[in-house]
Design a protein. Structure first.
Length: 55
């Protein structure tokens, strides 16, 4: 249970940072840079669901 909470906190931190970087990339590099980072955020979220809820 404790390990699941730790993983949830780590994934939440990674997801928030990735979305923030995606917004930054969207402003500075344009739509292509932002979309690639948002795909990375989606992959992070799907990995978090797999690890936390299939356990």
């Amino acid at each position: 249970m404790i390990i699941s909470i730790v993983f949830f906190v780590l994934f939440a931190f990674a997801l928030i940072r990735t979305i923030a970087y995606g917004i930054y990339s969207l402003k500075n590099e344009g739509i292509v840079g932002g979309i690639s980072v948002f795909f990375l955020a989606a992959a992070t979220l799907s990995t978090a669901f797999i690890i936390l809820f299939i356990e």
